[in-house]
Design a protein around this ligand. Structure first.
Ligand SMILES: Cc1cc2nc3c(=O)[nH]c(=O)nc-3n(C[C@H](O)[C@H](O)[C@H](O)COP(=O)(O)O)c2cc1C
Length: 237
């Protein structure tokens, strides 16, 4: 009888210990982070607006309805900016010197159906959003962008950053130019995709680097480069 009790006790200890070990291992591998990843809907590869029409119609739009956008639209905009378009080589929608991909896109979400307000980071390789910060950061971001009041009606605001080192380790000082060129490529894709979706966007370069970096919570190796507020235009354009 005593032997049976001892056996049960050992079994319980083994199961409990194993559970703790598994949990610890999961956290070490970043397993707990998977809880905070949101799979985005598959982006479309065909649309109703031609490229020529999108180029012809693109304008900087600053008058928005205070209306939500869908997660499908957000998914499409992120794919246009940095999505993987060649799954064999993992090449992306915008060209990148040496395919070194120094850009990151943070999304300040204020009004997207089905998404909590917060700051998310786009993961191009898996087409997912990583929850970065929870809360409403739109007005605070507008303050950091020199009080450009019109930004406060945008359901989403993209904030581009770059890890320059990803490019400069190979190309030296010239790599700095490459990173600035790349953000232009990517931002143009987002602007044209906005037109094709019936949305409006404006690229914003006037902001406090330090303020935006701190507000978004960028790493010490990242620098903010460009902001794109996107929303539902007040009138057709
Ligand atoms: C690098 C860059 C920075 C810009 N920064 C701002 C900005 O901070 N605020 C803003 O309202 N527009 C900004 N713009 C948008 C320009 O004002 C706009 O492109 C210009 O007036 C031409 O209008 P269009 O885009 O409709 O052709 C910026 C554009 C570029 C290319």
């Amino acid at each position: 009888m005593r032997a049976k009790h001892a056996f049960t006790l050992i079994l319980i200890l083994l199961l409990f210990g194993g559970g703790i070990l598994l949990l610890f291992n999961d956290q070490k591998k970043g397993g707990s982070m998977t809880m905070e990843l949101i799979k985005l809907p598959e982006p479309k590869k065909k649309g109703e607006v031609s490229l020529e029409e999108a180029i012809a119609r693109r304008r900087s739009i600053r008058d928005f309805k205070d209306t939500a956008i869908t997660i499908e639209a957000l998914s499409q905009l992120l794919w246009a900016g940095q999505g993987v378009t060649d799954k064999i080589n993992m090449f992306r929608s915008a060209p990148s010197a040496g395919a070194l991909y120094p850009l990151e896109i943070y999304v300040v979400v204020a009004n997207v159906f089905g998404l909590e307000q917060g700051i998310y980071k786009y993961k191009p390789t898996t087409h997912e959003l990583l929850i970065h910060r929870i809360g409403n950061f739109r007005t605070k971001l507008m303050h950091e962008a020199l009080w450009q009041e019109w930004m406060s009606r945008c359901p989403v605001i993209f904030v581009y950053s770059a890890v320059f080192e990803r490019t400069t380790w190979k190309y030296g000082k010239r790599g700095v130019n490459y990173v600035f060129i790349e953000v232009g490529h990517s931002a143009q894709n987002v602007c044209l995709q906005s037109v094709a979706l019936g949305l409006g966007a404006t690229t914003v370069g006037a902001f406090s680097d330090e303020g935006v970096k701190k507000l978004v919570g960028m790493g010490s190796d990242e620098e903010p480069l460009y902001i794109i507020p996107i929303g539902v235009p007040l009138s057709k354009y």
